[in-house]
Design a binder for this molecule. Structure first.
Ligand code: C2O
Ligand code: CU
Length: 541
């Protein structure tokens, strides 16, 4: 089936906390934005019209966009921004994804208010691999007191940390722990004995979060648009960018229970020690007992976080088989770091000891070009990017002990990683930050990948024999421990230009990004499609 949606970006007044007349940019006047609902196999056209004050792009997070990077969306990677008062028709083909994904703006920090769900139902006349009575979509977000474009522009200018969000919201509602918000509490009404599918999307900018519902067991059955083996748990650990499909059965006794999102930050104070609460309300209940707050791991509870993530397994059933690459032809190691740069002479920087904060992959801090890398690649334009992203870190040190190399400033440039069509790729992501920073939710566009291994400390070749190549989770965003490692695998069968970056906006803005350029195959159906005629223009300055 072919479906059509209209997205209109415009300034919209939103009442939040105690403010009544602030405007933010939304899609169709909604926060969170409109839901796209389709079946696996459908094709969706979204006509994006920008009536906002500056250029913006929209990305379909987790949709592979096979051979069609033109609609993927990251600004200056696959397209230039859609200028004010113009439109771009984006095409989204749902070929292999099934479950919950989402869409969001991909220009600076504008995704704070420009995001929404993509719900992908099973192919017509097929079933879910689990049972439930009713479903709800839960979009978690972070709310900022000022325009996020100003916040990040000022932080980059001053070389320091950007200001923090002031609240977390569930479907746009901060909940009763925030000022002026008693009437703005997300509420699900449930019926005793019924089972609910919660489609949870972490659209927040900068914090990993725990989620739970007091006194209720959760069963995670899907993640990032693929099914999982049912995992029973008291709480979820979810990073920005990730989505989770969770079953919960209403089997408790009192009138209502709190559901809670609270931040997980391993080493520094969380941006917001607040939590956001919603209500799980039993319909027709007579009990007047006051509900207790649920117990969650504390905001610094690292083993609480790790215990959850390392238990995830893909479903790997007959209908939903895992196909983990086992003949790796390309092995890449990438260090993931938060760095400090010397402060430029004409600036005053607010980083540690007057330095400027930056972030890097293999010690390269990504510099965003001013025309799109995809257009430069497709039309053979020189001078936009270099093909020299290193296959290995430039220096090696003991990431858990000897921290002397942490003083290295990163090189600022636009380097891309060239990959041949159909290579079986393994990427080992090594966190290098011992004292500072937090886990890095690394996200890859154009692919989902299998997480075959993860652990604390330095990666070692001896870990390869312990990889899970049978049923590892198949996801698009993985939390790389800040001082540990994660190994991912995928087959490079989707040619194009694909962004890879930390999904904490703070780190992405500081340069924790790179681009994978996957070449065309020899056959006609292995090549990138030609561009549509209405690509937003790139003006070469
Ligand atoms: Cu969810 Cu590059 O994005
Ligand atoms: Cu990060």
């Amino acid at each position: 089936k072919v479906l059509f949606y209209d997205f209109v970006l415009k300034e919209t007044p939103i009442e939040m906390l105690c403010e009544t007349n602030r405007s933010v940019i939304t899609v169709n006047g909604l926060f969170p934005g409109p839901e796209i609902r389709a079946h696996k196999g459908d094709t969706i056209y979204v006509n994006v019209t920008n009536l906002g004050p500056y250029g913006i792009t929209i990305h379909w997070h987790g949709v592979r966009q096979i051979r069609y990077p033109w609609s993927d969306g990251p600004e200056y990677i696959t397209q230039c921004p859609i200028p004010t008062n113009s439109s771009f028709l984006q095409k989204i083909k749902l070929t292999e994804e099934e479950g919950t994904l989402w869409w969001h703006a991909h220009s600076d920090w504008s995704r704070a208010t420009i995001h929404g769900p993509i719900i992908i139902l099973p192919v017509h006349n097929t079933n879910y691999p689990y049972e439930f009575d009713k479903q709800h979509t839960i979009v978690l977000s972070e709310w900022y007191a000022r325009d996020t474009k100003d916040i990040i522009d000022e932080a980059l200018e001053s070389g320091g940390d950007p200001e923090l969000s002031v609240a977390y919201t569930i479907n746009g509602q901060p909940g009763d722990s925030y000022p002026c918000s008693n009437d703005s509490v997300y509420n699900i009404t449930v019926v005793q004995g019924k089972t609910y599918l919660l489609r949870i999307i972490h659209a927040g900018l900068n914090e990993e979060m725990f989620f739970c519902i007091a006194k209720h067991n959760l069963t995670v059955v899907g993640m990032d648009g693929a099914y999982l083996k049912p995992l029973n748990t008291k709480y979820l650990m979810i990073t920005p960018g990730q989505t989770m499909d969770v079953l919960v059965t209403a089997n408790q006794t009192i009138d209502h229970y709190y559901m809670v999102f609270s931040p997980f930050v391993d080493s520094i104070a969380p941006s917001n020690e607040n939590i956001t609460r919603g209500i799980f309300q039993y319909s027709g209940s007579k009990s007047s007992e006051t509900p207790a707050l649920p117990e969650l791991p504390g905001f610094k509870n690292k083993s609480g976080a790790g215990n959850f993530t390392t238990r995830l397994r893909s479903l790997n059933s007959e209908e939903h088989l895992s196909t983990v690459p086992t003949n790796i032809t390309r092995n890449i190691t990438i260090t993931v770091s938060v760095n400090e740069q010397p402060c430029p002479a004409n600036k005053t920087c607010a980083g540690t000891d007057g330095s400027m904060l930056s972030a890097s992959l293999n010690n390269i801090s990504f510099s965003t070009p001013s025309i799109s890398i995809l257009q430069a690649y497709y039309n053979n334009l020189p001078g936009v990017y270099n093909k020299t992203f290193p296959n290995e870190p430039p220096f090696v040190f003991d990431y858990t002990g000897n921290v002397s190399a942490l003083g290295e400033a990163a090189n600022v440039s636009t380097e891309v990683l060239m990959i041949n069509y159909n290579e079986e790729v393994e990427i080992r992501l090594q966190g290098t930050n011992i004292g500072v920073a937090e886990n890095h939710p690394m996200h890859l566009h154009g692919y989902s990948f299998y997480v075959v291994g993860m652990g604390d400390g330095n990666f070692s070749d001896s870990y390869v024999s312990d990889y899970n190549t049978v049923d590892p989770p198949y996801i698009n965003t993985v939390g790389v421990p800040k001082n540990g490692w994660t190994a991912i695998r995928f087959k490079a069968d989707n040619p194009g230009v694909w962004f890879m970056h930390c999904h904490l906006e703070r780190h992405a803005s500081w340069g924790m990004d790179t681009v994978l350029v996957v070449g065309d195959g020899k056959l006609k159906h292995q090549k990138v499609y030609p561009p549509p005629s209405d690509m937003p223009p790139c003006t070469v300055s």
